[in-house]
Design a protein around this ligand. Structure first.
Ligand SMILES: [Zn+2]
Length: 314
């Protein structure tokens, strides 16, 4: 099965450690709000949530199990559409279900609450966004364009998402599409920031990688009388550096990279198109071209033991 960029981001998120108990609750709440169906039958309540991504289903199952003693069911529904299965996570009618949903703030006075609960703490706001993205978010392949959206049928839910995204200084926009409320982000910077916020660090680096290649390509196109051989070298070097940096962060963790190197690393990610000279000028105190080159080489050397000749994305 072809995996979209969205799918890969969700896969990464689904594998994150669950986090603080407060965040766990926020993530579950937003996931359920993003698309779960609450059935009120004669025998009682029932909650059904569906996803295309099996690892997302497993994560929600695990979150439900770690916050309650309820019976949770997970089933697979084969679908003809695009040959993709659907995974259904459900909470069947049972004692304690209503109390749990009230505790979660999903239910208040017997009806769904969409607007009343707003996670205040920063950690929980991030988890809330993650849960919503897992349930109703998508992202266009950044090779094509930069567009990330969260979709909801409820206007209060949409308004809340807008507030949440604004609380992280993201330039959020909103549109109505066939009765749905679409809250979306445009532009590589905001999407990269969003991915970091929700914890998709590897996907963010993948995005930066694509931006480097696209950025340099655009630069190539802009220049008329350019020295192609030199620019190809620039493309290759910048891509190599970002790939090495990504690999380092994955394996060693950003905090374990020595500070002088970390500064250059962050600048390279922030300004993928910049020349060594431009990068050096951003440092405090400024550093010459050969100094920057030396540090980038060190980073590549540090990453070397972890490399497995990854060609993906190029
Ligand atoms: Zn929290």
């Amino acid at each position: 099965m072809y995996k979209t960029f969205s799918y890969t981001v969700k896969d990464e998120l689904a594998r994150l450690k669950p986090g603080n108990p407060c965040c766990l609750k926020a993530e579950l709440l937003s996931f359920l709000r993003s698309g779960a169906v609450l059935e009120v039958g004669q025998s009682g309540l029932k909650v059904i949530a569906t996803t295309e991504n099996p690892s997302v289903a497993r994560r929600i199952f695990r979150l439900l199990k770690s916050t309650s003693t309820l019976q949770v069911e997970i089933t697979r529904k084969p679908r003809r559409v695009q040959n993709r299965n659907l995974y259904v996570v459900s909470l069947p009618t049972q004692p304690g279900l209503k109390d749990f949903l009230v505790w979660l703030n999903f239910l208040g006075n017997g009806v769904r609450t969409e607007e009343t609960v707003f996670p205040r703490q920063r950690c929980c706001r991030r988890s809330y966004l993650r849960g919503f993205f897992l349930g109703a978010g998508s992202l266009i392949n950044p090779n094509r364009s930069y567009h990330l959206e969260l979709v909801t049928g409820n206007c209060q839910s949409a308004a809340q998402l807008v507030c949440l995204l604004k609380s992280f200084d993201l330039r959020v926009r909103q549109v109505k599409r066939k009765g749905w409320h679409v809250v979306y982000l445009k532009g590589g910077d905001d999407i990269a920031a969003f991915l970091t916020l929700i914890g998709a660090v590897t996907s963010r680096l993948e995005l930066e990688n694509i931006r480097v290649v696209k950025g340099v390509r655009n630069k190539v196109n802009r220049l008329v009388n350019c020295d192609t051989a030199n620019l190809n070298k620039t493309v290759a070097a910048a891509s190599r550096q970002v790939a090495a940096i990504r690999c380092l962060v994955d394996n060693v963790g950003l905090d374990n990279v020595p500070r002088p190197l970390r500064e250059v690393l962050c600048l390279r990610l922030k300004y993928p198109e910049a020349t060594l000279k431009e990068l050096g000028q951003q440092l405090d105190p400024p550093l010459g071209k050969s100094g920057v080159n030396h540090r980038l080489r060190r980073l590549e050397q540090m990453a070397a033991p972890f490399r497995f000749d990854s060609k993906e994305g190029f």
